[in-house]
Ligand binder design. Structure first.
Ligand code: CFN
Ligand code: HCA
Length: 541
């Protein structure tokens, strides 16, 4: 067997080799050999750009980001997909976002509501059908809210879903009806859908309930979607600490949580990519500051709880948080110590959405495992490079319109290209700073950070670097397993979870230990095993 040693630069070249020159030039800017150096200028990564036609991307669409991701986990709003049945069907609970119906039992998540658009609706227009669907949902359930989501054909034929929503809202009087222009093709990925969802949730829901909420330490948890029950575990810990969670955007959430979000004293942001717009709007309109938290990983969980306590600066709270950590951590540490005897030194690749590819490297590190390559499907540059400055945003008090916030437009203010002194000067000049580290700072030097990885590159990477585990989504699952490598879905968690918080960390350690130790994969013959000329080895130093 011929072993070839490849450097990260060789691997990059290998990935690009097969592309036509123009495609290779474009992809080269999205494949970065990570530098992660504090004071030097690291290589820039191009992100949040259109996938080159013909490439089989891992990304999803704008409708998915809006309907599936942001609004999907709210149980007592009827979500109607205006479009062909497939869009509604394939976004019907596939994300494994869980809910606990609560005393009122109101839960529409198990239903799939759609106008089931047909050819004649495309030709003659679908507004009447939409109106009838909204009426039917109202008559059947009398919900507090009905949300309408546009799919691609709706934008192409020009149905005015907002006019229909306004008309029905006025007609009912006791039901908030609002719509989202989240046609699938609208942005380059799910990310545009998050933005559209955030704007409308803020415009139509936040602030609707002005009855103050009880609680000494009141927070909102933004960017936590209760996948596999993650939100349940985080809520368990917050409750143990005596912290009141007013609203989760949007795991296990309700209409009233969104409507009451302005009563919180602090916003904690878990998945920054999907919800940063709401955090900024809550700060601009209601003066609620936000901090970045992360409950993926035991150390990260402890750190986040401490950060919240420090924000309130109350000794009783800080002591209680320490008690909770002291109670929970030994159990986690014991399991970690055991699995580490088998997992230390193993390697992982993480290619997921817009925050998990970063957050989960912490859990792997706790198992002594190394993330040798990672990337987001649709992250923006700030998700890779960290976010430092928020330019001023303007809020129109009457209409609640928020001026478009595009952080990446102010690129020159990112830390990697500024020294500490330069930042201090900017701070003195009145810039508002938010500090949090992106993926690059936490990845080792020489690792490969790849944006919008595609099917071809995934196969090639696995073939060259042979990780012990590959983490991505359902589209990647079986092609990776056919290469003889264990594959863990970090979107849906396959059938597992929760993986957040302390209990989640234990679940994750055990699951990964089982996967990387499994004999099943050794029975598979990967192509390079039957064709030695395909063999190449990447040696990690
Ligand atoms: S739950 Fe979140 S954590 S919201 Fe976002 S960026 Fe998706 S649905 Mo899939 S798993 Fe993924 Fe993130 Fe935030 Fe989920 S990494 S792609 S749009 N995502
Ligand atoms: C989406 C949702 C998704 C897809 C997951 C996957 C999710 O992008 O529309 O590809 O397995 O988490 O359910 O990201």
């Amino acid at each position: 067997k011929k072993l070839v040693q490849l450097s990260p630069a060789d691997i990059k070249e290998e990935l690009l080799k097969k592309y036509p020159p123009k495609v290779a030039r474009k992809r080269a800017k999205q494949i970065m050999i990570n530098e992660a150096l504090e004071n030097e200028t690291p290589t820039e990564i191009v992100a949040n750009v259109r996938t080159i036609p013909g490439i089989i991307t891992m990304r999803g669409c704008t409708y998915a980001g809006c309907k599936g991701v942001i609004l999907g986990p709210t149980r007592d709003i009827v979500n109607i997909t205006h479009g062909p049945i497939g869009c509604g069907f394939y976004s019907w609970l596939t994300r494994r976002n869980q809910t606990e119906p609560g005393p009122d039992g109101e839960n529409y998540m198990p239903y799939c509501f759609s106008t089931d658009m047909q050819d004649q609706d495309i030709i003659f227009g679908g507004e009447k059908k939409l109106e009838a669907a909204i009426q039917e949902a109202y008559d059947l359930f009398h919900p507090k809210g009905i949300a309408v989501f546009a799919t691609c054909p709706v934008g192409l034929i020009g149905d005015d879903i907002h006019a229909v929503a306004r008309k029905m809202k006025a007609k009912f009087g006791d039901c908030n009806v609002f719509a989202f222009s989240c046609e699938g093709y609208k942005g380059v990925s799910q990310s545009a859908g998050h933005h559209i969802a955030n704007n409308q949730v803020f415009t139509h829901l936040v602030g609707e309930n002005d009855t103050p909420k009880e609680g000494k330490y009141k927070i909102n948890l933004l960017g936590e979607y209760n996948i596999g029950g993650d939100g349940f575990e985080i809520d368990r810990l917050l409750t143990l600490c005596g912290i009141t969670n007013i609203a989760t955007f949007s795991g296990n959430s309700t209409y009233d949580q969104f409507a009451s979000a302005q009563h919180a004293d602090l916003n904690t942001v878990m998945c920054h990519r999907s919800i940063n717009y709401v955090a900024d709007m809550l700060e601009a309109k209601y003066g609620i500051p936000w901090i970045k938290v992360n409950f993926i990983g035991a150390e990260a969980t402890a750190k986040s709880l401490r950060k919240i306590a420090q924000y309130f600066g109350d000794k009783a709270l800080m002591d209680r948080v320490e008690e909770v950590i002291a109670e929970e951590m030994p159990k986690v540490k014991a399991v970690a110590a055991d699995v580490r005897t088998r997992t230390t030194g193993k390697t992982a690749m993480l290619f997921v959405g817009g925050s998990r590819a970063h957050h989960y490297s912490e859990l792997f590190a706790e198992m002594g495992m190394k993330t040798i390559s990672a990337g987001y499907e649709f992250g923006h540059r700030d998700d890779y490079e960290g976010r430092q400055v928020i330019p001023d945003i303007k809020v129109d008090a009457d209409s609640r319109n928020i001026e478009e916030l595009e952080v990446t437009a102010d690129e020159k203010l990112y830390r990697p290209r500024k020294s500490a002194d330069e930042f201090k000067a900017l701070e003195e000049a009145g810039y508002k700073f938010k500090h949090y580290d992106g993926m690059n700072a936490d990845m080792d030097k020489g690792t490969l950070v790849i944006d919008d990885l595609n099917q071809y590159e995934a196969d090639k990477l696995v073939e060259i670097m042979k990780p012990d585990i590959f983490c991505a989504g359902i589209k990647e699952k079986f092609s990776i397993q056919k290469l003889g490598i264990p594959m863990k879905q970090l979107h849906s968690y396959d059938s597992g979870g929760p993986y957040a918080g302390f209990k989640g960390a234990i679940n994750f350690y055990k699951e990964i230990d089982r996967l990387v130790g499994s004999k099943v994969w050794s029975y598979m013959k990967a192509p390079w095993q039957t064709n030695p000329e395909l063999a190449a080895t990447f040696v990690w130093e």
